[in-house]
Design a binder for this molecule. Structure first.
Ligand code: TYD
Ligand code: MG
Length: 493
């Protein structure tokens, strides 16, 4: 006979243990383990497959047509979903509270309804009137969207199973849903998981697209349901700084398309508007000729995005200088500071260092290393990076600059936006464009011209530091030798 087992579930990662513990063995978080309703243990073994039905195996080879896509009418959303919505798929939309998830999905169903798609919007957080008010603000009063305020999954499933089934369903949010099949409180891992399971099952069975809204915790993970990410087909994160206008929709998992694709929106008083040319937007407020500012030519998904990286190197009054990075990994920042200190002899130990990616974009590419180093050296020296230069390249621990992917795409975007020079990693001779005409050739820095862009190949971070050396005040540069008082030695620049 099946026996019941006690169930302790980590509310952070979903790991299940049989005993309570202060710290989750699986994710290392403290105080996240909570007792949840006991679940029926599966009977052990399946006794040699007796009573099982034979499944049919098919060949891997053979062709299947790509799934048909339903365009939402919001180009940036379609792009992130891989070109439109696939029938029967489940899409999780995560993001901080107040970032605009409900707004985005209400606009999406509004646009879908305008194209004749039957849409249902189920809200568990707001009253119907609140949603109506927002729809009025978004100019969607005439949209043919069915609205309901409900939290019981049983009721929702029963209503959606009616004929005809809708094409697109939004559940806002999954944390407010509960199913009476399990005993835990709404928002707990067990509840969220079973509620999502029920909703995904009916979406697959009836062939509609289900959007599940999920909140993100302070730590930046989807509250509780990391487990949800495995269950859905697509995971989208809606991110951005609430103080900023820009919002970025990022695909982190997509069974029907590429990941790391982004869609860029601006939050206005009439809702979210699409931003077709993000580079122009991210550079809009840039002021040229300011030290510590450098334009990075990045790639987000399949498209190049130019952003400004700002650094501030200030003398510290604290014993332990502050290091802070917004939009960039602070561990990576520390690595670059260490490389600049050790390989280029810059003394940064007594400075507070702040790094900011302008516009609220978050960059994960190591290709931004060189731009970060350039911004740091520029701020330290007080000399500005040429306003018409873009920079990209990965930095290794010995200070060498490594090649990065999609070089041509980055250069093309820079040329399109009117930049005149690019500081880029050196290419291996094989890959070098034969048509590019060499105009200068140094030991580790070469320059060539292409597309109206002067390409300056950087072999080592020192080449960047050398560009600012004249402006680096004496004492900033130190020669690293084995002597203990090495930092007091000055070098002529
Ligand atoms: P919302 O979609 O409710 O966020 P979420 O569902 O992710 O919690 O977004 C609410 C925020 O968006 C709120 O702070 C106000 C802002 N907003 C606008 O600036 N313009 C608008 O037209 C709308 C509808 C909201
Ligand atoms: Mg909301």
């Amino acid at each position: 006979m099946a026996k019941t087992v006690k169930n302790f579930v980590c509310q952070n990662c979903g790991a299940v243990t049989s005993r309570w513990a202060g710290k989750c063995e699986s994710c290392g978080e403290w105080n996240t383990i909570a007792e949840e309703a006991p679940r029926e243990a599966l009977p052990k073994g399946v006794s040699g497959g007796k009573g099982g039905r034979r499944i049919e195996f098919v060949d891997l080879k053979g062709t299947s047509a790509p799934p048909p896509r339903r365009g939402t009418g919001i180009g940036e959303l379609d792009r992130v979903c891989g070109g439109g919505l696939v029938a029967g798929s489940a899409i999780l939309v995560g993001g901080d509270p107040g970032i605009g998830k409900s707004t985005l999905l209400l606009q999406a169903v509004g646009a879908l309804a305008a194209r004749g798609t039957s849409c249902v919007y189920v809200t568990g957080e707001e009253a119907v009137d609140q949603v109506r008010l927002r729809a009025a603000r978004l100019g969607l009063t005439n949209a043919n969207v069915q609205l309901a305020a409900a939290t019981s999954v049983r009721d929702i499933v029963a209503s959606l199973d009616a004929n005809p089934a809708p094409d697109v369903v939004v559940i806002d949010s999954i944390q407010t849903m509960y199913t009476d099949a399990v005993d835990s409180a709404p928002g707990t891992v067990t509840q969220v998981r079973s509620a999502a399971q029920e909703l995904i099952r009916i979406a697959k069975r009836r062939g509609f697209v289900v959007f599940l809204v999920g909140h993100v915790t302070k730590e930046g993970t989807l509250a509780g349901p990391r487990v949800l990410e495995h269950m859905v087909d697509t995971v989208l994160y809606f991110e951005g700084d609430r103080g900023h206008q820009f919002r970025i929709l990022r695909a982190v998992k997509n069974r029907f398309g590429a990941t790391d694709e982004i869609g860029v929106f601006a939050m206005t008083d009439a809702g979210l508007t699409e931003v077709a040319n993000p580079s122009a937007l991210f550079l809009a407020e840039r002021r040229g000729n300011v030290s510590g500012s450098c334009v990075f030519a990045g790639i987000e998904g399949s498209r190049p995005v130019l952003v400004e990286i700002q650094a501030l190197v200030a003398p510290s009054v604290l014993g332990t200088p502050r290091r802070a990075a917004v939009g960039w990994d602070s561990g990576r920042l520390n690595m670059i500071i260490a490389v600049l200190e050790t390989r280029c002899g810059l003394a940064l130990g007594g400075n507070d260092i702040y790094l900011n990616v302008a516009g609220g974009l978050r960059i994960a590419e190591p290709a931004a290393d060189l731009a970060v180093a350039t911004a740091l050296v520029s701020s330290l020296s007080g000399e500005s990076v040429p306003a018409d230069a873009v920079v990209f390249g990965e930095i290794g621990l010995s200070g060498e600059v490594r090649a990065v992917a999609q070089r041509d795409l980055r250069l093309k975007e820079a040329a399109k936006l009117g930049f005149h020079q690019a500081w880029v990693p050196r290419q291996s001779p094989k890959a070098q464009d034969i048509k590019a005409q060499d105009i200068k050739s140094g030991d580790s820095e070469t320059a060539a011209k292409r597309d109206g862009l002067v390409i300056k190949s950087i072999g080592h971070v020192q080449d960047v530091v050398a560009k600012f050396t004249d402006a680096l005040e004496p004492g900033r540069r130190t020669e690293r030798t084995a002597t203990p008082n090495a930092s007091s030695k000055r070098t002529a620049s």
